[in-house]
Write a new protein. Structure first.
Length: 319
């Protein structure tokens, strides 16, 4: 089979049977179909300059092997290098550090495995991919840009800072809008939200301050109420890592792109106030409403419909 695919994400996982890395390509076709494809042919590697016998013995004991010897050009000089294949991507950095401590010189030893795949296949976002019935990639190449209908989701929550209870979730995927509330219980609301995300299958998920507020709050509520927050394309939950630039955890989601517009606003506009109402007025998009977010528990109790409108207005402003 062949398809034109706009690549939205590439990662890898370790095969549970053969313990080898498998490249995983996520994208959307020119027909609008979400597609996940796999490539087991690549392998992790790096280059060792001027290899010596005792280096090769160390590499062999570590489970690596020299698969080729080539000349790499640096300026006007050709450097004889061994191409070293490792068992897993993480072994590249481990062996790099061991070799550097020996005073050896290595090349291409600090490239993320999924980026290495893109470099080696020389592909960008717009591709033509052939694959078999098991979605294993046979070939991949660049093509000219084509029209693509990406599914972009924006969401916002209203919740109690004191109790951590979530009152409602407003969601927009392209032109489709939904509001989920706790009228039948917080657990059912969260389950419906997760089901909606999986049904709409967005390529991009965004929101204002979702890294610092919305995602951790929803994640915490799901854990508290035993709801599987499985909104990744592979059924996984969001995971986080520290971001040194912004000093807050940055969340990730397998197969989908997460974008916190607050981080973009802070970086590009540098507003004197960072709340969404001020930013909306700054960009002449309008403010939110007269809802007092500092008294959200009282507001939800007295006028829930207005709070839901407030929540959706937040989504529209961000979208």
């Amino acid at each position: 089979m062949r398809a034109k695919v706009f690549i939205t994400n590439i990662d890898y996982f370790i095969h549970p049977v053969n313990d080898k890395p498998v490249i995983r390509v996520f994208g959307r076709t020119d027909k609008g179909e979400a597609l996940t494809l796999y490539d087991e042919k690549p392998y992790p590697y790096f280059y060792l300059a001027k290899p010596r016998r005792y280096d090769e013995r160390m590499l062999y004991k570590a489970g690596a092997e020299v698969v080729d010897v080539i000349n790499l050009k640096q300026g006007n000089t050709n450097i004889r290098c061994a191409k070293v294949r490792t068992r897993k991507p993480k072994d590249v950095s481990i062996l790099r550090e061991r070799l550097l401590k020996r005073g050896r010189v290595v090349y291409s030893a600090d490239i993320l495995y999924q980026l290495r795949y893109m470099y080696d296949t020389n592909v960008g976002a717009y591709t033509s991919i052939t694959y078999d019935d098991n979605y294993n990639i046979n070939s991949i190449r660049n093509v000219k840009p084509f029209n693509i209908d990406l599914q972009v989701m924006c969401f916002d929550i209203e919740s109690s800072i004191r109790t951590k209870d979530i009152y409602c979730i407003a969601v927009r995927v392209n032109d489709d809008k939904e509001i989920f509330d706790d009228s039948n219980g917080e657990k059912e609301m969260l389950e419906r939200f997760v089901e909606y995300v999986r049904l709409k299958d967005p390529d991009i998920i965004t929101g204002y301050n979702i890294y610092g507020f919305d995602i951790p709050y929803v994640n915490g509520a799901c854990r508290r109420l035993n709801v599987d927050f499985c909104i990744g394309r592979d059924g996984s939950i969001p995971w986080k890592r520290d971001d040194q630039k912004y000093r807050i955890p940055k969340w990730n989601l397998t197969g989908r792109i997460l974008v916190d517009t607050w981080m973009e606003v802070r970086s590009e506009l540098k507003p004197i106030q960072e709340n969404l109402e001020f930013v909306g007025q700054l960009l002449e998009l309008g403010g939110k409403s007269d809802i007092d977010a500092s008294k959200i528990e009282e507001e939800w109790k007295n006028r829930p419909e207005e709070v839901k409108e407030y929540c959706m207005r937040d989504v529209d402003l961000t979208y």
